[in-house]
Design a protein around this ligand. Sequence first.
Ligand code: ZN
Ligand code: ZN
Length: 213
Amino acid sequence: MVDLRRKSALEDFVKIRKRLCDFMTSLQAKVLTPLCGGCYYSKIKLLELPGEPPHICSETWRNDLAWEVGLTEKEIRNIARMLKQGDDVPLRCGTCSTPLQYGEDDFYVDSEFFEDYFDIPAKKPSKRTKKEIARLYEHKCYGCGKKLSKIDITNDHIVARVHGGENSPLNLQVLCKNCNNHIKGPRKVDTINVHLTFLFRPPPSDSYEGLTW
Ligand SMILES: [Zn+2]
Ligand SMILES: [Zn+2]
């Protein structure tokens, strides 16, 4: 499932950034996943995670898609059907897929930065990635909304490199030269921190049938 999500990770990231941020705001996202006790404790040894994590409160997992992690596509479709019928959806460990019972099993939350979770490298984006970003921003300046031709597009580092911004596709947006050089210029951007207990996509409807989503 992570692989399915990975394919659309950048697209999903831009989608949620458009919902929450303007061109002067950077999005820092963490993905939360449920872990069974066994996987959590073996992970502690591996990574020496600090302290005790918070338990997942079952309510926060309602209607979100975090439990999709570790499931096959067929299982996800089953879940979609159950959701549609208003049935209770089982929660599963994000690592070993063991079903977790609300209120019966101990389970924990694992929190990872979006880029780590989806393996998005912090390196100079390729030409193809830049093209993809231009497409995701609909070839429009994210500052003033102006439609841009190929030569007018600038790929702006949302958090400027001089302010410690990463060289990563998640830190790029499309701006016109005016918004980039004169309006944004060297100003510092705000940062919004979000925890994603869902993976962005609305519950699938009939229109998704037969599609990979
Ligand atoms: Zn597990
Ligand atoms: Zn502009």
